[in-house]
Design a protein around this ligand. Structure first.
Ligand code: NAD
Ligand code: MG
Length: 410
């Protein structure tokens, strides 16, 4: 068998924030295949007791964190009913302070940040501040707190490795040349399920249609964000922070096959692309092993099959949230934090049938128009702006026209 990694590796200790999610499950699969190289210090998740129980039994972490004490009580009951002897139980803790604790524990070498939304901000920030190596999936961390987090990276020297596939692709491409000779980053977007849907038809699309992503299987929030292209807008912001580019230097191109993840253009006009299967275990393993590459059980592209790749510019008119993301990043300050908060509220409202699909962009735009722009200086400032923006967005949800009834089938 081919050696997976050089001999000198010490066992590394990992905290996984968001273990029961889509990225969390993929991360555990990578760890499962490299169990001699990574051990789990802590698993942290929201409220999914059944899922974390299975993970505890397989990965035997030192600590398990859930969002509420009620969920932890349920987990303790489930553990008592399981075959795992009490002496092998992890420490059971709950709440935001526990997330910070497991992300900053001295024994932890690396943190995977894969909680969805702003709930992941503080623990990720504190890990960065301590100079931990962080694999970043949670893009909302940089969308809402980009300046704060990147200042902390600069101060602590933390390695912040992107797991979002496009940014992971950029990270790989940037290894080919000098950063100051790069003129442009190009992020690809699948275009989502409504790539070819007319503006009129988009008025009556349902949550089920919007959740039907053509190429990736992910959590609900990010899947709806792909359908509105808000996700790509967040990724533009994320790219600006991660790689220190202006929004005008980050371009989005629709590429329905999702095989080219990102490209970079050098000053001489040469363009490099990162290409791999649509499988998040690739960028996750890259973050775990960088600067090395190990063998992975990820599908390889079969070049014996005929294939074609399409590229087209995005339609800013049908997908106004993409444009809004550029404008918010240009504006700076708290605009992108409000953008994220309002979008999260609007997506929830759409999924509950309270507003129609175009209502998502309307709520976000109106919230931005009503919230003053400030310069957040602490995580507390960001959480406060996030809270106020959500409050405003919820008020605006109530003022939107109700979702159109689903058209009867003929
Ligand atoms: P998901 O909804 O599948 O999982 C989210 C995880 O966060 C779950 O484990 C959930 O229990 C946990 N969580 C939620 N609220 C919590 C709280 N208050 N405290 C502790 N844990 C909490 O989401 P996902 O698709 O895995 O995405 C996770 C993050 O990664 C998102 O920010 C997303 O934008 C980003 N991302 C995901 C993908 C993907 O392929 N899924 C790709 C790129 C980036
Ligand atoms: Mg992405």
């Amino acid at each position: 068998m081919m050696a997976r990694a050089p001999q000198l590796h010490e066992m590394k200790s990992l905290t996984l924030l968001g273990s029961t999610g889509s990225i969390g499950g993929n991360t555990l699969d990578v760890v499962r295949h490299n169990s001699d190289l990574y051990r789990i210090h802590a698993l942290a998740a929201g409220n999914n007791v059944a899922a974390i129980l299975k993970q505890i039994i397989e990965f035997r972490p030192d600590v398990a964190v859930l969002a509420t004490s009620r969920a932890i009580d349920l987990l303790a009951t489930a553990l008592a009913d399981s075959a795992l002897p009490r002496s092998n139980w992890p420490e059971l803790v709950s709440g935001p302070a526990a997330l910070v604790e497991v992300a900053t524990a001295p024994s932890v070498d690396m943190v995977i940040s894969a909680i969805v939304g702003i709930a992941g901000l503080e623990a990720t920030y504190e890990a960065v501040r301590l100079g931990k190596r962080v694999g970043l999936a949670n893009k909302e961390v940089l969308v809402s707190g980009g300046r704060l987090v990147m200042d902390a990276v600069a101060q602590s020297g933390a390695q912040l490795l992107p797991i979002d596939s496009e940014h992971n692709g950029v990270h790989q491409c940037l290894r080919a040349g000098n950063r100051d000779q790069v003129t442009k980053l190009i992020l690809t977007a699948s275009g989502g399920p409504f790539r070819n849907t007319s503006q009129h038809e988009m008025e009556s699309v349902t949550p089920a249609q919007a959740l039907n992503h053509p190429t990736w299987k992910m959590g609900q929030r990010i899947t709806i964000d792909c359908a509105t292209l808000m996700n790509k807008g967040f990724e533009v912001i994320e790219a600006c922070w991660l790689f220190d580019f202006a929004p005008t230097q980050v371009e989005v191109v629709i590429h329905p096959q999702s095989t080219v993840h990102a490209m970079i253009e050098y000053s001489d006009g040469s363009v490099l692309a990162q290409v791999s299967a649509t499988d998040m275990r690739m960028p996750i393993q890259y973050a775990l092993t960088w600067p090395e590459r190990w063998q992975a059980s990820v599908p390889k592209i079969d070049w014996t099959q005929a294939r074609h790749w399409d590229f087209a510019p995005p339609d800013f008119h049908r997908f106004p949230l993409l444009k809004l993301a550029y404008q918010c990043q240009e504006a700076g300050g708290s605009a992108t934090c409000t953008l994220n908060a309002a979008d999260e509220v609007a997506v929830e409202a759409f999924l509950k049938g309270e507003i129609g699909f175009p209502g998502i962009a309307a709520v976000v735009e109106q919230t931005l128009g009503r919230m003053p722009n400030r310069q957040p200086r602490t995580v507390g400032d960001i959480l406060e702006i996030d809270k106020e923006s959500r409050f405003m967005a919820r008020e605006l949800v109530a003022r939107q026209p109700a979702a159109l009834p689903v058209p009867a089938r003929v």
